[in-house]
Design a protein around this ligand. Sequence first.
Ligand code: ATP
Length: 235
Amino acid sequence: MSILSLRGVSAAYGPINVLHDVSLEVPARQAVVVLGANGAGKTTTLRSICGITNNRGSIVFDGAEISRMATADIVRRGVAHVPQGRGTFADLTVRENLDLGAYLRRDKAVRADIDRCFDLFPRLSERATQAAGSLSGGEQQMLAIARGLMLRPKLLVLDEPSLGLAPIIVRDLFDTLATLRSERELALLIVEQNADLALAMADHAYVLEAGSIVFGGPSEVVRQNDTLRRAYLGY
Ligand code: ATP
């Protein structure tokens, strides 16, 4: 069963159409990667899911139509968005950023969840009282993901998590994402330029070209398709 379904989604910035009739599925507890050239509409797809763009079509999350909902309601239903550029609060400490991640929650388990984030990312634990703005790029990405997890989401939406990170950090990051999917039963929707690593981790892949989906299927099939491989993997 899919946790997220987009059917015929179009999106525009003012008069300019950027997405055309995009349909995609994220099965529960699976990882889906969206690939495509710069400007193809990957970020816009994620923003549409999170209620940030003007869009038409149907977006169903966990059984509810969310395409007309306010972003806060979409978040409350269990979609955590880690935007490009990470969006952490530079002047606040690591712990304060994590506390803010739980702002929509009413339960008392926030402390325990912060500890779980620290188990997942020990480097954040060592830097709990440090200002987010003074973290390295990799640490900030960890914090952005950890902050998303503080919502206890069912779906984590990640926009280019590897951007600006050293290859070894990127591999660690993808290992952690794989752990999240299997151990916390979380579905992942990832936009990623680092196609090789993303395809190795993801179950399914979609390719966006000029705002339209030109391929969707198991990641393994993208890796075996000569045309797609040349276009997106570079070999
Ligand atoms: P990249 O890999 O470079 O991040 P992308 O596939 O994520 O690209 P989008 O950011 O979704 O692409 O942008 C798709 C198109 O929409 C681009 O042509 C871009 O210039 C345009 N666009 C994005 N944001 C806006 C905006 N706020 N106003 C007007 N046009 C926009």
